[in-house]
Design a protein around this ligand. Structure first.
Ligand SMILES: [Zn+2]
Length: 394
């Protein structure tokens, strides 16, 4: 039992100064004042001068490490638990990426189970860039139905020189199998789509919405801010009710200059100005994935790596640079992600919901991270680490 006293609560909507009582892995009560009898021995966390927000949900993390473009020396490392918790991520969705050969589903699910054992919530998408997709059981629908951790497919690459150039028929059949898996298991059955720089942009997706019965809510296109042309098309998709996933970037200045990447903060500001619902944007990190740079002729020039820290960085930038209210900006990494992924007990600070909580300082630095009721980070220091992160005396 834990009680957080007197923090300013954004649930993400603004609740004001509250006490929040946690029992086990759930939020039990939220009230102006909660006095817990001493005999119950609750841990009291002082929230004075701190901001309490829901734990962040990162819907796109290469937890096994991604990349490999340009050769084996460019393979990126796995996510250690602290790569996530130190930046406020309490729920991560793991996925393969460009490489679905040397990284595969068995390892991905094992890694996701490892992160869960460490204390956070973790899920996975089945598949990688290519179609037909690689699965765990040999069948997409079966993967989603029978494997607890799998909630959809991804990242399926379209409009990218690295994709398998899926045909329309192939694409919609895959989406249909995914939707059925979701329906039969009570999960999202989400189709997470990697958008490349290709001129076809969202064409396959637009056709799927126009020509089939598959609802627009089945799809989550990501990297939609990678260039201005794609972003304009993505706005049209959002105006029809589709959710857009921005990719956060710690190095946005460089990429904005290099290829016109639309900064998350500017893109979200634009969506709001266009009258698009504040429910229809999310930000994910592409953490541990490569950020390769190719010449216009497709030649590999070099690579960086995505980081989970970009979520908090982008939220801060939304607030500071674009004066987007905190309760709106936070939706991008909390309630909106929970809704599109059907994570029904996450994304809000609400009685009965999972105790995934962050205490932030007034400057919006991470102070404390609680995942499923367990304190993972306290006063900016990690309490839970990987075995290999510990000193030999720990
Ligand atoms: Zn991608």
């Amino acid at each position: 039992m834990k009680v957080i006293k007197g923090a300013q609560v954004y649930a993400p909507e603004r609740l004001g100064k509250k006490d929040v009582l946690i029992t086990g892995s759930r939020i039990y009560k939220i009230a102006d004042v909660i006095e817990v009898p001493q005999a119950l021995d609750a841990e009291v966390i002082d929230g004075k001068n701190l901001i309490l927000v829901p734990g962040f949900i990162d819907s796109h993390v290469h937890v096994l490490g991604g990349g490999g473009e340009g050769g084996f020396e460019n393979r990126m490392p796995e996510s250690a638990i602290t790569d996530l918790t130190m930046y406020g991520i309490t729920t991560a969705v793991g996925l393969l990426g460009t490489d679905g050969i040397a990284r595969e589903m068995t390892s991905l699910i094992a890694k996701v189970k490892g992160l869960k054992a460490k204390g956070i919530t973790a899920y996975a998408y089945t598949g990688s860039y290519q179609t037909p997709i690689c699965t765990l059981t040999g069948n997409v629908t079966k993967d989603i139905m029978m494997v607890e951790e799998i909630i959809g497919i991804g990242e399926i690459a379209i409009s990218d020189h690295r994709s398998s150039q899926p045909s329309f028929d192939e694409f919609v059949q895959l989406a249909a199998h995914t939707r059925l898996g979701g329906i039969l298991s009570g999960k999202a059955g989400i189709v997470e789509l990697h958008l490349g720089d290709g001129s076809r942009c969202l064409e396959l997706l637009e056709r799927a919405i126009a020509e089939t019965e598959i609802p627009i809510t089945q799809f989550l296109p990501t990297h939609i801010n990678r260039n201005p042309r794609l972003f304009e098309k993505a706005l049209e998709f959002a105006k029809k009710g589709g959710t857009l996933d921005f990719t956060g970037n710690e190095d946005a200045d460089y990429w904005e200059k290099q290829c016109g990447e639309v900064r998350c903060s500017k893109g979200i500001r634009r969506m709001l100005e266009e009258g698009i619902s504040s429910d229809l944007f999310t930000i994910s990190s592409d953490a541990q994935g490569s950020i390769p740079l190719f010449s216009p002729e497709g030649k590999f020039l070099g690579t960086g790596m995505g980081k989970s820290s970009s979520l908090l960085k982008e939220i801060k930038e939304c607030i500071a640079a674009e004066t987007i209210p905190m309760e709106i900006a936070l939706k991008a990494v909390t309630s909106n992600v929970a809704r599109i992924l059907c994570l029904n007990t996450k994304g809000h600070i609400k009685e009965g919901y999972d105790a995934d909580l962050l205490l932030l300082t007034e400057n919006m630095e991470i102070h404390t991270v609680i995942a499923m009721g367990n304190t993972m980070v306290f006063n900016g220091e990690p309490l839970v680490k990987e075995v290999f992160e510990r000193g030999s005396r720990d």
